[in-house]
Design a protein. Structure first.
Length: 221
């Protein structure tokens, strides 16, 4: 039996300041670093085999801190042309290494014009209900940005194409990503309806564990 582990990045500086981040590349806060280190401790006894993350540093920082506590060594696969050979042949990795793939399909939802704005101020300007709809409805886009449905439609094909084969091969897979890209993944694997998805909140730095058994995901509480 193998596992899928989902980790939302630790608190970022803009989580701390209560600002919409989206694709703005804001690093972790001190608390976020501590959350990622606590998560690393929790995962230390579990052998991770392959790692996926986004192109945003808060998710990557979280992943690197997690991997620092693993016995195997993470190897980050860069996309530069020169390193094509090495980067695109992960079958060369041996059992002592954890290939790390980063891809913008796993990025946070693109928050459009809201990026950088304080969430409390946005409520004052647009009203609490409107801001809730933008933040948590499934298919309403925030101004100039992606709805959760848009995020789902880019995240899930990547999940199916790149991540599922690793699970099917019996690997323990960790994904370090974001509130909304991971809400998409949880919606998909737990089959959560469009009506129920607004209730799903993911805590920063707290791993979610799914056993992968005969093609099915079983959540471990
Ligand atoms: O600011 C963001 O990018 C996200 C995650 O912190 O916010 P929200 O919780 O509103 O989706």
């Amino acid at each position: 039996m193998n596992y899928l582990i989902l980790v939302r990045h630790g608190q970022s500086r803009w989580n701390l300041e209560n600002r919409f981040a989206g694709w703005v590349d804001v690093p972790l806060s001190e608390k976020g670093i501590q959350e990622a280190m606590d998560c690393a401790e929790e995962l230390a006894d579990m052998q991770l085999d392959v790692a996926f993350t986004s192109k945003l540093s808060r998710a990557q920082e979280t992943l690197f801190l997690i991997l620092a506590k693993q016995k195997k060594t993470g190897i980050f696969l860069h996309e530069s042309k020169k390193r094509d050979e090495w980067s695109y042949h992960p079958e060369r990795f041996d059992d002592s290494e954890i290939p790390i793939y980063s891809d913008e399909h796993l990025n946070e939802r693109y928050y459009g014009k809201l990026q950088g704005q304080n969430k409390q101020e946005a409520k004052t300007v647009y009203g609490e209900e409107q801001v809730f709809i933008w933040r948590r409805s499934y298919d309403v886009q925030p101004p100039g940005g992606e709805s959760l449905k848009d995020t789902y439609e880019r995240t899930i094909p990547y999940f199916e194409e790149k991540i599922m084969p690793e699970l099917e091969a019996g690997k323990n897979v960790v994904i370090a990503a974001h509130g909304n890209s991971l809400r998409s993944v949880v919606k998909y694997i737990e089959n959560i309806s469009d009506e129920d998805i607004p209730k799903l909140e993911l805590a920063t730095g707290k791993p979610l564990y799914y056993q992968f058994v005969k093609g099915k995901f079983i959540k471990e509480e």
